[in-house]
Design a protein around this ligand. Structure first.
Ligand code: HEC
Ligand code: HEC
Ligand code: HEC
Length: 422
């Protein structure tokens, strides 16, 4: 009798364990997609538990706090059904029906397809450790804290359609477009915003898409094919290298891009990174500083560095504080030390990123668990606003960079704003 059941048990066991293997694969896939979506960067507080929320985010109305998205049933999203989860990601509506602020990048996540949404849900329910941590209320005061105007915002600005493959484009291009526009939500930083905080475009059909945007005192660079400030001089391999390692011959990651590389792009597969690079390289030139195409010319700069004039305080500060890393020729030692000659961030009209990185440095690029060896130091305690404006004005004029001067008032403003946030 017992023996007669043996084969049946064997079959049942094989069935359940293959179902288990399929579930494991789904959770693993979801974990990968959560990396591509960089959920952890926003939904974790410094020194807090991963995905338990609590990170303050500034909005034009005041600070809001990211929420606990671990599967804890009481304080997290453990009671979300898959449908509710998908609605939060694509339409910005929480389980209880309240609207989320678009600081949660649901206008981008709206493009996530059903299959990927299913895997993400499986990961958040079964692959994430539940953490009991109550959400913090936003600092926004009544009446601005009322969320119903967000419904109107969604009517005007939210495009609810899932990404559709574009006919005439190959599989790689479409994969890249899907990742950049959707999970990667690259436009949430790299696309300029309009008066209602909406991104001016959500895909390449809008010429403002990915032409650069200012958020939290960092200017996220132009990612179109523009020659000077964009990726016009970068190859697909250059872009892929930057997303994998945070640096290449042209520039290094700093500011808010650092966390994108630390938590997301360095973990993506080579094929996905290559697809993203392919898509970015296909974007026609848009935006930019209106200058003639950059070409390297160190002659005039050599003279001002060897014999700085009495009024040339920028060149003197550069010699004293910057030159041993970035070089007299402005070429740095890429990829370890960023070049400043022809660097797209240096050529950008908006100098916020340069001011911010010079004030506050950047020490936290971490590749495979190893921090970068020579991070850019912070000069906030060493140089005053006038000196920072002078040295950056020098850098923006040197090596034929040909970009406008930096004003001390702008340094003062960013010093205040970033000190308040520290
Ligand atoms: C750029 C920052 C940012 C990223 C990236 C981000 N979120 Fe959010 N998310 C937020 C903010 C802010 C809120 C809360 C908004 C509010 O309170 O109105 C939120 C809210 C949510 C909610 C509603 C939670 C609740 O408590 O009911 C869910 C679910 C969610 N996010 C899931 C995700 C997932 C999954 C990812 C990755 C695919 C992700 N988020 C990536 C900022 C972000
Ligand atoms: C949280 C804001 C933020 C997000 C999200 C973001 N970036 Fe960035 N990115 C920046 C900032 C700021 C810079 C400028 C500093 C630098 O060069 O690292 C930048 C720079 C870059 C550069 C280098 C450009 C140059 O000229 O130096 C590339 C390439 C890039 N980002 C690609 C991406 C891609 C692809 C995504 C989406 C997967 C993305 N970024 C998402 C903020 C962001
Ligand atoms: C100890 C070496 C070191 C010194 C000194 C230094 N930097 Fe940097 N700088 C770096 C590194 C490394 C980066 C790339 C970002 C990173 O990895 O931290 C960088 C990045 C930058 C950037 C952003 C460009 C980009 O694309 O990454 C600017 C602008 C800059 N430095 C300006 C200056 C100025 C101005 C001074 C002098 C006041 C200075 N640096 C001194 C190492 C240095």
């Amino acid at each position: 009798m017992k023996n007669a059941f043996k084969p049946l048990f064997a079959v049942l066991f094989a069935l359940t364990s293959s179902a288990q293997a399929a579930d494991d694969a789904l959770v693993t896939r979801g974990a990968y997609l959560a990396r591509a979506g960089d959920c952890v960067a926003c939904h974790s507080a410094p020194r807090g538990k991963p995905l338990a929320g609590g990170l303050p985010m500034m909005t034009p109305l005041g600070a809001i706090y990211t929420t606990n998205i671990t599967p804890d049933p009481d304080t997290g999203i453990g009671r979300y059904t898959e449908e509710e989860f998908a609605r939060a990601l694509r339409q910005g509506v929480a389980k209880d029906g309240h609207n989320l602020y678009p600081a949660m990048p649901y206008p981008s996540y709206a493009k996530i397809n059903d299959e990927d949404m299913h895997a993400l849900y499986a990961y958040f329910m079964h692959g994430v450790t539940p953490v009991k941590q109550t959400n913090r209320e936003p600092d926004i005061k009544w009446p601005l804290n009322m969320r119903w105007p967000l419904k109107l915002w969604n009517v005007v600005f939210l495009d609810k359609s899932v990404y559709q493959n574009k006919p005439g484009k190959d599989v790689t291009w479409n994969r890249g477009a899907y990742l950049i526009q959707g999970l990667g939500h690259c436009g949430s930083c790299h696309t300029p915003r309009g008066i209602a905080f909406q991104e001016k475009g959500l895909d390449e059909s809008n010429s403002a898409y990915l032409t650069g945007g200012l958020l939290d005192n960092w200017f996220a660079s132009n990612l179109t094919g523009e020659h000077n400030t964009g990726l016009g001089r970068w190859s697909e391999q250059d872009i892929a290298g930057f997303l994998k390692t945070g640096a290449n011959a042209h520039a290094s990651a700093f500011g808010s891009m650092t966390s994108v590389i630390n938590n997301s792009t360095q973990m993506l597969s080579d094929a996905d990174i290559a697809a993203m690079a392919r898509y970015l390289k296909s974007l026609p030139a848009s935006g930019g500083n209106g200058n003639a195409p950059y070409s390297y010319d160190p002659k005039a700069t050599k003279v001002s560095l060897t014999r700085p004039g009495a009024s040339d305080s920028g060149a003197r500060i550069y010699t004293a504080y910057c030159m041993h890393c970035h070089g007299a020729d402005g070429r740095g030692f890429a990829p370890m030390l960023a070049p400043l000659a022809g660097n797209p961030n240096v050529l950008e009209k908006d100098a916020s990123s340069l001011i911010n990185v010079t004030l506050n440095g950047t020490g936290d690029l971490v590749l495979d668990g190893v921090p970068a060896p020579y991070p850019m130091p912070r000069y906030a305690p060493v140089l005053n606003d006038r000196q920072i404006a002078d040295v950056l004005t020098f850098v923006r004029g040197a090596w034929n960079n040909g970009t406008s001067a930096v004003q001390a008032e702008d340094v003062t403003k960013i010093r205040k704003a970033t000190q308040a946030a520290r």
